[in-house]
Design a protein around this ligand. Structure first.
Ligand code: GRF
Length: 215
């Protein structure tokens, strides 16, 4: 059995996606270890969730490091100090610094609460995403896990899961339909990454089916 994949997780808020990773570790043997949780919000519930499990939970923001270069260095230092192998953005509202993007290229995952490339990009986070879906009157939404690159929500899509919409839902009800999908999708993609089943073929990232073909 290979060693669990060492993760660094960034979260800005409630941390339900972080909790979904913890739950998958506890209940399904997800082969990962959360080595450090970093937040730009000192009051993020995500930090409390990490502390409850004895995981280093660090507040890094313009309050702790006013200078952006110091912040970038601090973040990269924390990831390397904890020997992080892959990074997960679980509801993180800040841009990932260029030094971290470079060091962890093709190893930074983000979960987005819509079917990218639609309803993504700068300013598209939280309820705003579902308001845009509602305004567009589309009859489907869902969750996306993708690799992170310089531009918001721009990297290779790794996996998506959808949910039909009746057209009668409020944005809040759309959010409530999508969030549970995120909680299932993120651990599934992390399992693929931890098991070495994420392959890049001709510039396209593909997830190889697992032996038990729960693709
Ligand atoms: C999720 O909807 C995620 O897709 C988005 O921000 C939200 C974070 O929720 N990026 P939580 O903090 O994980 O509960």
């Amino acid at each position: 059995m290979a060693d669990p994949l060492r993760l660094g997780i960034f979260a800005s808020g409630h941390g339900s996606n972080l909790q979904a990773v913890f739950d998958a570790m506890d209940r399904e043997g997800l082969p990962v270890r959360v080595e450090v949780v970093i937040s730009n919000n000192s009051r993020a519930h995500a930090l409390q969730r990490a502390r409850a499990r004895g995981i280093p939970a660090m507040h890094v923001s313009s309050v702790t490091q006013p200078d952006p270069a110091d912040r970038s260095r601090r973040i990269l230092h924390l990831l390397e100090k904890h020997r992080v192998e892959a990074v997960v953005l679980a509801g993180y509202m800040k841009r990932i610094p260029a030094n971290v993007l470079e060091r962890y290229r093709d190893r930074i995952l983000n979960v987005h609460p819509a079917l990218l490339p639609l309803f993504g990009g700068p300013g598209m986070y939280g309820l705003r995403v579902h308001q845009a879906v509602w305004s567009a009157g589309v009859r489907i939404s869902g969750a996306t896990v993708h690799l992170v690159e310089e531009e918001y929500d721009s990297g290779s899509i790794l996996a998506q899961v959808s949910v039909p919409l009746s057209g009668r839902e409020t944005p809040q009800e759309i959010a409530a339909k999508v969030l549970p999908l995120e909680h299932r999708l993120l651990p599934r993609v992390l399992r693929s990454l931890a098991e070495g089943r994420l392959q890049c073929q001709d510039g396209r990232w593909l997830i190889e089916p697992s032996d038990d073909s729960e693709s």
